[in-house]
Design a protein around this ligand. Structure first.
Ligand SMILES: NC(=O)c1ccc[n+]([C@@H]2O[C@H](COP(=O)([O-])OP(=O)(O)OC[C@H]3O[C@@H](n4cnc5c(N)ncnc54)[C@H](O)[C@@H]3O)[C@@H](O)[C@H]2O)c1
Ligand SMILES: [Fe+2]
Length: 385
């Protein structure tokens, strides 16, 4: 077992219609003027308008920032930091999926360091100042960014994903309201949900776990896999609650340990082609799990059992494989696009992408550290599937 310490950086508030209490929570954290960061897709849902109303009722002024795109860009984060500094805001509220929350983490980090230069907080630079307080209101059940210690930002020049990463980067408050998932379009729910399942699995099997992150990860596998189809096809408040909790627990798992090779592939693909993050994970999840089984058979047996696979009379190896087969069925059932159906994918790029995967921060934490040839096999297999 690895030695460990564990301290949770984020105050978690979970409940149906919890968003209505955002004014009081913001006051608890001393808010006078907030930056409300939400992308244009979220603004279409009306949620930011409601939040502005709750803030106004609590006597809190509000400045809007909507220059956020899926797979957010450094330049947009820097623009948000400039606006926050000019307006002298003292709290950031992120409303949205991982893209809005990660942008807000970068903005809050830069404001705390009195700069609008992202390089000041870009990994591997540690934070030397506290960020501006941040309330994250997740509207996807996917990234777990509402509790993780990193923000994932795309460098538009190099087409690579880079990070702000520090325990201080974690949001101050995660305000999780499952009701906001009720209207999430099914394709986004499916892709983001598989991202959450990937976090749960990789948070459990990666090589830098501790008993706390393992417990979060395995329970998250159970919650997500057992409620996922109902969430996609029926979308009642119960299934939204289960998947939102699953995503939160998965975030606590990988966010305090790491992801592994699925994310090495997904972030490399996402940086190059702007692929939705959950779609990129879904493409590789079953294949990478299958390949990893021999490196940690007991954990893949645990995952199969957590997914509800029973398999009377099966050997451990067969049970672990049955778990992978169930992952493959789950991904197929919710109709995630294949790699060769995505725009812009060019197999000529695969050699270079495989090289980038090898040096990805999470490759050393995969149960087997993968080589360029192995990553190339995953890319070609997925492209020809
Ligand atoms: N920081 C972390 O720990 C972490 C972990 C995993 C992924 N990420 C990053 O998060 C980003 C992906 O985030 P995501 O998968 O949540 O998607 P996203 O934030 O990019 O959102 C995808 C789309 O869904 C829309 N949307 C979100 N919620 C909605 C709702 N309730 N109703 C209607 N539309 C809604 C958005 O407007 C957007 O168009 C990527 O950049 C990825 O690299 C970060
Ligand atoms: Fe992810």
């Amino acid at each position: 077992m690895n030695d460990f310490s564990f301290g949770l950086a984020t105050d978690i508030r979970f409940g149906k219609d919890a968003v209505a209490s955002i004014g009081e929570i913001a006051l608890e954290y001393g808010a006078k003027k907030v930056l409300l960061a939400a992308d244009k897709g979220i603004r279409g849902t009306g949620l930011p308008t409601s939040i502005r109303g709750y803030l106004a009722a609590a006597g809190i002024a509000c400045v809007d920032f909507d220059k956020i795109v899926p797979n957010p860009r450094i330049s947009d984060c820097e623009e948000g930091a400039r606006l926050g500094l000019e307006e002298q805001i003292n709290l950031v509220i992120a409303v949205g999926g991982g893209s809005s929350i990660d942008t807000s983490k970068a903005i809050a980090g830069m404001i705390g360091h009195q700069t609008s230069d992202f390089r000041r907080i870009q990994f591997p630079n540690a934070y030397t100042c506290d960020p501006c307080p941040l309330i994250a209101v997740p509207t996807t059940a996917g990234t777990g960014s509402e509790v993780t210690t990193c923000g994932v930002i795309t460098n538009a020049q190099t087409h690579e994903k880079v990070y702000c990463y520090d325990i201080k980067c974690a949001p101050t408050v995660a305000l999780c309201d499952p009701a906001v998932l009720m209207g999430l379009p099914s394709a986004i729910a499916a892709a983001t949900g598989i991202d959450a399942l990937t976090h749960a699995i990789e948070g459990y099997v990666c090589t830098c776990t501790n008993p706390v992150t393992e417990a979060f990860g395995l329970y998250a596998v159970k919650k997500i896999s057992q409620h996922f189809r109902k969430y996609i096809y029926d979308r009642d408040i119960e299934s939204c609650s289960e998947i939102m909790v699953g995503s939160l627990l998965a975030g606590l798992s990988f966010g305090y340990s790491d992801t592994a090779a699925v994310h090495a592939l997904a972030e490399t693909i996402g940086g190059r082609y702007d692929t939705p993050h959950g779609v990129a994970n879904a493409i590789f999840l079953a294949d990478v799990c299958e390949y990893n089984i021999p490196a940690n058979l007991p954990k893949y047996v645990d995952i199969a059992r957590a997914m509800g696979v029973t398999g009377q009379g099966l050997t451990d190896r067969e049970l672990a494989q049955a778990g992978v087969d169930e992952i493959r069925r789950l991904v197929a059932d919710v109709r995630i696009p294949r790699l060769n159906e995505l725009p812009g994918i060019d197999p000529e790029d695969f050699e270079e992408l495989a090289e980038k995967c090898v040096t990805h921060v999470s490759n050393p934490d995969n149960p087997i550290v993968l080589t360029k040839e192995e990553f190339l096999c995953f890319l070609n297999k997925a492209y020809n599937a």
